[in-house]
Write a protein that binds this ligand. Structure first.
Ligand SMILES: Cc1cc2nc3c(=O)[nH]c(=O)nc-3n(C[C@H](O)[C@H](O)[C@H](O)COP(=O)(O)O)c2cc1C
Length: 203
């Protein structure tokens, strides 16, 4: 069982999403004794942002990339290969300014590759990652679930879920620590709830 574990919080050891994503991977280790984990920290090792020439290399053999951007092309190919090799993808994402960290966006930008992770057919768009499973570990300072006043500002969790659904990956679970900044009481609440959910995850 191959697991790809991705973290994107800028807050290092104090990070809620990093703490919870590590708990999810611990849970997976319990469930699957033969687990191979690949870890990718998109903050410690930031990926290049797309440019027109870099976007032109996506999905093509790296040795065909222009020499001037060969290292960047190789870095983007590496993260795509990590996703293709994974059976389960665990993505830790905090909400920053109602969306995902820009470092995580750079990672996602390497994954939407026509002909590799999705394809256009006569029936429309077809995602090609269908057999994989996804766990989104989401941390949010406020509350954004359906029915809350700020629900319309939630462009983080639903974005990651929708992005992977576009790639065919619909077997998705969310472990959410929300309200982490609302008050001292809520701060004590969101993380323990998420850790309990991580410990009981059925996958
Ligand atoms: C730069 C930055 C922007 C943030 N923007 C939001 C936001 O738009 N909405 C929100 O509810 N919380 C926001 N927060 C709070 C975080 O979502 C919250 O603290 C979360 O638990 C952080 O997760 P982490 O510790 O894994 O980074 C922001 C925090 C930071 C550092």
């Amino acid at each position: 069982m191959n697991v790809l574990h991705v973290d994107s919080s800028i807050l290092g050891e104090r990070s809620v999403s990093r703490t919870v994503s590590a708990a999810v991977v611990s849970r997976l280790r319990e469930v699957y004794p033969n687990l191979w984990v690949t870890y990718r920290d998109v903050v410690a090792n930031p990926l290049p942002h797309l440019t027109a020439s870099l976007a032109g290399t996506l999905g093509k053999p790296v040795d065909q990339a222009p020499a001037a951007i060969a290292p960047e092309a190789a870095a983007l190919r590496r993260v795509l290969d990590e996703v293709l090799a994974a059976d389960i993808i665990v993505v830790g994402t905090p909400m920053y300014n109602f969306g995902i960290p820009s470092q995580l966006k750079a990672w996602l930008d390497a994954l939407a590759v026509a002909g590799v992770t999705f394809r256009y057919s006569s029936a429309g768009v077809e995602g090609l990652l269908g057999a994989k499973r996804l766990v989104i570990v989401s941390s949010q300072g406020g509350f954004y679930h359906a029915g809350t006043p700020a629900a319309g500002l939630e462009h983080q969790e639903s974005y990651v879920r929708g992005f992977f659904a576009f790639l065919g990956l619909t077997n998705t679970q969310v472990v959410r620590a929300d309200g982490t900044k609302v008050s001292a009481a809520a701060d004590a609440h969101g993380l323990p709830v998420a850790l309990r959910r991580a410990a009981e995850l059925q996958i």
